[in-house]
Design a protein around this ligand. Sequence first.
Ligand SMILES: Nc1nc2c(ncn2[C@@H]2O[C@H](COP(=O)(O)OP(=O)(O)OP(=O)(O)O)[C@@H](O)[C@H]2O)c(=O)[nH]1
Ligand SMILES: [Mg+2]
Length: 729
Amino acid sequence: MPPRKEISEILNLMEKTSNIRNIGLVGHIDHGKTTLSDSLLSEAGLLSPDLAGEARALDYLEEEQKRGITMKSTNISLYYEKSLKGYEPFLINLVDTPGHLDFSGKVTRALRLVDGVVVVVDAVEEIISQSETVIRQALQEGVKPVLYINKVDRLIRELMLTDEQIRKKYTRIIKNFNILIERYAEPPFNKEWKVSPAEGNVAFGSALHKWGFTLKILEKNELKFKDIKERYNKATYSERKYEDLPVYFPISPAILEMVVDHLPNPITAQKYRIKKIWKGDLDSVLGKAMINCDPKGPIVLCLSKVQAEKHGLVATGRIFSGYCSNRSEVFLLRENNYEKIQRTAIFMGQRREQVDNVPVGNIVALEGLKKIKSGETLVDGKYIDKMIPFESVKYVTTPVVTVSIEPEYLRELDKMKQLVENLLIEDPNLIFEINEENGEFLLSGMGPLHLEVSTNEIEKRGVKVSISEPRAVFKESCRYNSTSITVKSPNSENSIELKIERLDDKTVRFFQNNDYQLIKPFNRLKEVLKEKTSLSENEIENFWLCGNDQNIIIYHGNNELNDFYKNLIPEIIKKIHLNGPLCGEKLAEIKFLINDLNISNIEEDIAFTEFSAMFYEATKKGLNEAELILMEPIYHTIIQLPPDYIKNTLSLLTKYSAKIKSIDQDKEYQAIIEILLPVRNSVKFAEDIRSTTSGKAFWQNEFYAFLEVPVHESGAIIDNLRFNKGLSW
Ligand SMILES: Nc1nc2c(ncn2[C@@H]2O[C@H](COP(=O)(O)OP(=O)(O)OP(=O)(O)O)[C@@H](O)[C@H]2O)c(=O)[nH]1
Ligand SMILES: [Mg+2]
């Protein structure tokens, strides 16, 4: 095992920006990212080579080891001495990311930290759904990908493919990889970033058996591919003859040389990345400092992850300009306040090493900040006028599954709430709400696993909780538009003319995927809304706001509202949105058009009751006219299975109201069926498909959209929800 480097050596390297590589390991679930990271750790002297491959050391959480999947992203700084002479050592800041879709928000956020990714692709399964998603997301962040084709041992040992068959598989993987680059990267990168084995930006190997090569390495080696194949020869296989392969083809240098040679250093990357992730003035002092990756520039830092620990919050961020120092004061843009950094450190997996200063281009851990959320931008206090936040690292975070949660002992209620609050800081994909109607505490998330892991975490941190079975989150919306409805307040002194409309898909998608509040000034927002939504010019002119669940308010009234009413009305509509009239689920995708509003001279506390009643009545009338509908979350479910089981699987679909999206039998050894499956049926479907295919099928659920529940099924669901919530009939 190479000697472990002293922290001082790593510190020296942090100053040599051109020798830094910030990279992520990304890919479909189970394709071997964490197994590969083991070998990289052992190259840096952080893990014994005997353990590498089997330890999955970066999956250090108990839950991760138990389930064999990664559930968080982990950072680690590695010291790498390139084998060629004449090179100075490199500092590789590595992030291992999860492949399970319940945790995909964490991948998106990790991409903000890095400039390049190694896309790990299982040679047997090839490029499938999540590989495509992560490649697309990386390219949208201006992050450059290279390709590592893993589990080649399985092609030889399990599938026993001929050379020709193996070559065909490689070619197909590389071709599909390049199609995605062409499709999702901006020019000139859609051409420049394509990969080919001859260039050296594709590696092949087996992370489990710790060997790997690029074409360049293979050509120079005394062993040929046929020798590798021979090592797996069935007759001698039991003698573990492949054990000398890591000696001839050690995997770490193969991957790390590819990283060093083909992925950009922060100086190169920030030149083109800044304009993708920051919409401020590129010619300003800050803009220039970031583009030039200037160590002397004002400090600018973007946070991608926040963890709550015993002694406070720990944030992970990327420094885009300047130095980050212990005890320095910074300005938090979203929070709009100053705070002091108590401690700076760098990541060594589970551990953190405290350091005094971390320069531009590195990934840093910050302790002692209090009011932070992931996505926050930190900046030198002297430059706050010029700074706008980074583009939000937003991912469709719509929670689709919910559980009610309560502490086993009521006296621990406050403690439980505090622990949940901490989890919310760490995980922006979780939502916690109190149902005011029945006092229930609801925790909602991306999928059952996400919720299970989150509630286990609460228990681990000290409060025993009981939770209900997870159920799908429904929404209420309307099918048509209403007329303009006039309603008077109970004392008849105020009136409203309100029209309810259903928002179209294009507009919904815009508000779902963009944090419109960050688009400033209003004139710029108007331009964006014109281009990206179907709102009319008049509506855009009078656009007021978009609340949760994509409910927007447009104000066409003649009178200018004062601040009191400007706050009161959204608050009332927000309350109305929480409990739809059908079954108490949230209202979604509705346009509230306030065509007129007459306000009498009344006292503020009376105004709240009068206006609430008036808005409730107008909304209810409008929704009835526009025909209420029940909407449900739908999963895009990708099922991988041996081709023999296709027929039996398809026969299950009608039973679970699932629709086929595609059936792919191009890859000889496995078929892929993509379906649209109602979330409410996903648990039963999983049980059924498991037994139908004798456990040979694997599937992943990803949120697709909220769609209307078929009319013949909605009645029973509504009754059920009303019953469970104790709503009157
Ligand atoms: N045969 C073979 N198995 C491998 C190889 N690499 C990884 N595996 C196995 O594949 C499984 C998944 O490996 P991980 O490293 O946890 O995969 P991952 O991509 O980190 O998974 P997630 O983080 O959950 O997305 C484990 O059982 C590994 O032992 C390989 O090269 N060959
Ligand atoms: Mg992993």
